[in-house]
Design a protein around this ligand. Structure first.
Ligand code: ADP
Length: 269
C-alpha cells in the first residue's frame, strides 16, 4: 500500500527532534496540560537543551495561558510557522495562537482537526539545530486528535512514547485503563505514569491529607502492565496559581517540594 506522502514529509521535518513525548490522560481536568507545561519548563532549566511544546487540544487550548503567552500570535516565514518563544530555549505552538480572540470557540469536525495537526507537524519551523524534546499535549480521552497524531507519527523514530497522567481516584483510573488499551493498539511505548494531585500538605499545619481516595488501583495498573510510576505530584496551590498566571514555578518557588518532584521527573525522561 502507498504511504501517505505527508507521513514521509513529517518524518523528514521531525528528523532533527531527538525525543517526542505525548502526554495523555483518560479524563479531563486531571492535570495533563499542567504536567506537560511544568515538565517542559523543568527540562528547559537546563540551558543546553532546546524544548518545544505542541498543544494539539484544538477545542480547548490552554497551553498559551499556562505558559504566560496567551496574547501572542504565530508568524509565518519562508520556512513555515514560527512558534512562540517563552524563553530562549522553550517555545510552543497551539491553535490558541491562531485565534483572533480569547473567547473564540473552535467548533471543528474531525477532518479539519486532522488537517490542523498535520499542518502543525509539517509546517512548524522549530528553529535552527536540534530540538531535544518535543512535548505534545493532547485532549483528554482517545478522540480524533489522538488518532491523527498517532497516524502521523507512526513512522517517526524519535517518538519515545507517552506519559499517562491520572489522579489517584478510581474514576480517573477507569479512563486511564481505556487509554492503556488505546496505546497498546496504537503500539505506543509507555514511558510511565504520573500520579497528579496525590495528596495535599497544608501550608499552615503541615499535615498531609488525602483529597482524592487512594485505593490500590494505580499500583495494580502499574504492576499488571509493567509501567513505572514516574512521579506523585501533590496538590499544590503554587501550581494552580502559576498555571493561571502563566508564571514559571521554578522562578517563583524553586525550593518548593513540588518543584523538586518535577525536576526529578524531568531527569527520568
Ligand atoms: P487537564 O489538562 O487534564 O484537563 P489541567 O492541567 O488543565 O487538566 O488542570 C486542571 C486544573 O487543575 C487547572 O486549573 C490546574 O491549574 C489545576 N492543577 C493541576 N494539577 C494541579 C496540582 N498538582 N495542584 C494544584 N492544582 C493543579
Amino acid at each position: 500500500r502507498r504511504i501517505d506522502p505527508a507521513i514521509v514529509e513529517i518524518g523528514q521535518r521531525l528528523s532533527s527532534v531527538k525525543n517526542i513525548i505525548l502526554v495523555l490522560s483518560g479524563k479531563g481536568g486531571v492535570g495533563k496540560t499542567t504536567v506537560a507545561v511544568i515538565l517542559a519548563r523543568a527540562l528547559a532549566r537546563n540551558p543546553q537543551l532546546r524544548i518545544a511544546l505542541l498543544d494539539i487540544d484544538i477545542c480547548g487550548p490552554s497551553v498559551p495561558r499556562a505558559l504566560g503567552v496567551e496574547n501572542e500570535q504565530v508568524h509565518s516565514s519562508g520556512s513555515g510557522w514560527s512558534p512562540v518563544y517563552v524563553t530562549e530555549n522553550l517555545c510552543a505552538m497551539s491553535v490558541g495562537f491562531l485565534l483572533t480572540s480569547l473567547e473564540q470557540a473552535v467548533i471543528w469536525k474531525g477532518p479539519r482537526k486532522d488537517n490542523m495537526i498535520k499542518q502543525f507537524l509539517l509546517d512548524v519551523d522549530w528553529g535552527e539545530g536540534e530540538l531535544d524534546y518535543l512535548i505534545v499535549d493532547t485532549p483528554p480521552g482517545t478522540s480524533d486528535e489522538h488518532l491523527s497524531v498517532v497516524n502521523y507519527l507512526k513512522n517517526v523514530s524519535s517518538l519515545s512514547g507517552c506519559i499517562l497522567v491520572t489522579t489517584p481516584q478510581e474514576i480517573s483510573l477507569q479512563d486511564v485503563r481505556k487509554e492503556v488499551s488505546f496505546v497498546k493498539q496504537a503500539n505506543i511505548n509507555v514511558l510511565g505514569i504520573v500520579e497528579n494531585m496525590s495528596i495535599f500538605k497544608c501550608g499552615k499545619c503541615h499535615k498531609e491529607s488525602t483529597i482524592f481516595p487512594r485505593h490500590d488501583g494505580l499500583r495494580q495498573l502499574c504492576e499488571t502492565n509493567n509501567y513505572e510510576l514516574l512521579s506523585s505530584i501533590p496538590i499544590d496551590p503554587y501550581i494552580a496559581k502559576c498555571c493561571d498566571d502563566g508564571e514559571d514555578l521554578f522562578e517563583l518557588h524553586s525550593d518548593s517540594s513540588t518543584a523538586k518532584v518535577y525536576l526529578n521527573l524531568a531527569e527520568k525522561i
